[in-house]
Design a protein around this ligand. Structure first.
Ligand code: M6R
Length: 583
């Protein structure tokens, strides 16, 4: 949450920081700001609202070669210009941008010589650096960082030197190395168009960029770092001819399921052995990634007859009693920065648990904190509403379940069939069909979604899609649970989406659909074949046990079209951010 970018180099720093913030906006978009260092000193420019369409000429700051910027997802203090970052020290000798939370900011504020002007926890950092400048900027930054509690990362500039300093204490910061130019950002996408060479800042480390980046540990000892090449194309993060990133990324699934299939078979078999031999395997994720974990629990059960525990990241601490050095943890995360999952990994590590993660962002904290990892290869996912990363994660876990079952080749060929079926499915006629259905649901405030087996967590995931993209209240249930309470919600016209496959759950799911139908509910069936119980039918290809991977796609499309029809920006739903880096 919150995006940071800093630049030092010969080019127009404001232009570079502005473009970087526009790339980072998915991390938070309630306000933004840029701070610069010029001959005359430090200056800042801040605004509430999204940075999306702002031009260089809109930013009233003097030219500079050193700038820092921030796009905000508010934690402390409302959405106002005063609370927007960057924050300044009272005498304006320090400017700071920050991501994360300073937990002890109220206590620290008691010792300030000048009261804060904002309600933020961040402002305290600027005050403290300014108060500690006697032994220089780098020293002041280090001493300030030592006083801060909680997980965060900040970047600071000062009026006297041409240095940029940054400290990472739990929130990601990556240094980009260009030709005589340097970047610091929360995420490589902010500077990918300028350089693919990065150096990673580890936790509790500080980097000071003057002539070049110098890294220091928490005691101030200089540490050596490697330059790593990131193999991500900037182009994959552009939306091209599509109206929104969300629909672009939905359509990307024509290729990304195939790309996810491209895994090292030896590694899959090795990890399959780890799963077979582990005294308990935990799949851990949040939000949509959590639903991927739940769905995969069914994959492992039905394909490999192996029980795996799916646990929501924020609940994992309640399972610590079961952890030993023979436990295996598989964290699943698109961003690789979700705080609840990183915290779960910390708990697991203390018990000696082996960690093999599924990541999509190369170089993310999760990737680097894991013993091993699978890259799900979905490419840059920008829309807050996760789509292609979801099906890529499902694909890799599907393969893994087959590897555990000893049927990896069978799984792989089934997945390749699925990938080509999705490519066929995602055509303009199909899109138009879903748009028509969205038209039908546009005015509804409640939608119920049901499924059995692996379609149950897919129903839960479909509900997340509809809620976050279109603000329609949607709720997923296991088909069999309807009669235990939720059926009371059905009245004439209530839309109920029913996910059905040609499997052992088919008959029972259709019975549930009929129970709803006889109470006046309008059934929208998502299935390979039509059924008299359906008022509307969304056809999906029959891909056998890989069905959850295709079933979620029309639900993603429905969420997208509903958002557009309801006048909502599908890429930036209210109150959300792409990477949830706070607790
Ligand atoms: O980056 P992660 O996969 O760890 O993110 C987890 C959730 O925050 C994320 O899936 C969230 O639920 C999305 N908005 C869903 O579309």
């Amino acid at each position: 949450m919150c995006g940071i970018i800093a630049y030092k180099g010969p080019k127009d720093a404001i232009e570079i920081v502005l473009k970087g913030l526009q790339q980072l906006e998915y991390r938070g978009y309630d306000s933004w700001g840029i701070g610069v260092k010029t001959q005359a000193g430090l200056d800042v420019f801040k605004k509430t609202g999204q940075i999306g369409k702002v031009n260089r000429s809109d930013i009233h700051l003097p030219e500079s070669t050193i700038a820092i910027g921030h796009t905000r997802w508010a934690t402390h203090g409302g959405v106002t210009e005063t609370n927007a970052h960057p924050h300044q020290s009272p005498n304006k000798d320090i400017v700071v941008v920050h991501n994360g939370i300073v937990e002890n900011f109220e206590e620290l504020a008691l010792h300030l010589s000048t009261p804060r002007v904002s309600e933020t926890d961040t402002e305290i950092i600027a005050h403290l650096i300014s108060q500690n400048m006697q032994q220089g900027f780098a020293h002041a930054v280090r001493e300030t960082a030592k006083k801060l509690q909680g997980k965060s990362g900040f970047v600071a500039i000062n009026k006297d030197t041409d240095e940029i300093a940054a400290v990472r204490s739990g929130s990601p910061l990556i240094v980009g190395i260009g030709e005589n130019e340097y970047f610091i950002a929360s995420d490589v996408t902010a500077f990918l168009q300028h350089t693919k060479k990065v150096m990673y800042l580890d936790n509790n480390e500080m980097v000071v960029i003057n002539d070049a980046p110098h890294f220091y540990d928490a005691d101030g000892k200089e540490v050596q770092k490697r330059i790593v090449d990131i193999d991500w194309e900037a182009g994959t993060s552009e939306k091209g001819d599509h109206a929104h990133y969300l629909i672009k990324e939905i359509m990307d699934q024509k290729h990304t399921i195939m790309a996810a299939t491209n895994q090292d078979e030896e590694k899959l078999k090795r990890v399959a052995d780890e799963i077979r031999n582990a005294y308990g395997t935990f799949l851990v994720g949040c939000g949509t990634a959590g639903k991927v974990c739940q769905t995969s629990e069914y994959f492992f059960s039905s394909i490999a007859h192996k029980h795996i525990n799916a646990v929501v990241g924020s609940e994992f601490s309640n399972y610590h009693h079961y952890l030993t050095d023979k436990t295996l943890m598989i964290p699943v995360s698109q961003s690789g920065e979700t705080m609840d999952v990183l915290d779960a990994m910390e708990i697991a590590k203390k018990k000696g648990v082996k960690i093999i993660s599924l990541i999509n962002v190369v170089g993310s904290t999760m990737m680097r904190e894991s013993d091993d990892y699978f890259n799900v290869n979905a490419g840059v996912e920008k829309a807050v509403v996760s789509t292609k990363a979801t099906t890529a994660q499902l694909s890799v876990l599907y393969l893994l379940a087959h590897a555990v079952a000893g049927t990896l080749q069978e799984g792989k060929s089934q997945l390749m069939n699925t990938a080509s079926a999705v490519t066929d499915m995602l055509n303009p006629r199909y899109d138009a069909r879903i748009r028509d259905l969205a038209q039908l649901l546009k005015g509804r405030e409640d939608v119920i979604i049901i499924g059995r087996g692996a379609n149950y967590p897919i129903a839960l995931e479909a509900a997340i899609k509809l809620m976050e993209a279109s603000y329609v209240h949607a709720q997923g249930f296991a088909g069999g649970e309807l009669k235990h309470g939720p059926i009371a919600l059905i009245e004439p016209g209530t839309p109920v989406i029913v996910l059905v496959n040609n499997d052992e759950n088919k008959e029972a799911t259709i019975s549930n659909a009929k129970e709803v139908q006889s109470r006046g509910g309008v059934i929208i069936g998502v299935a390979p074949e039509n059924n008299p119980a359906f008022s509307h039918w969304i056809k999906v290809p029959d891909v056998g046990d890989a069905a959850p991977i295709v079933n979620i796609i029309p639900m993603q499309m429905l969420a997208y079209h509903l958002a557009v029809l309801r006048g909502i920006d599908p890429d930036k739903p209210r109150n959300l951010a792409k990477s949830v880096t706070v607790k």
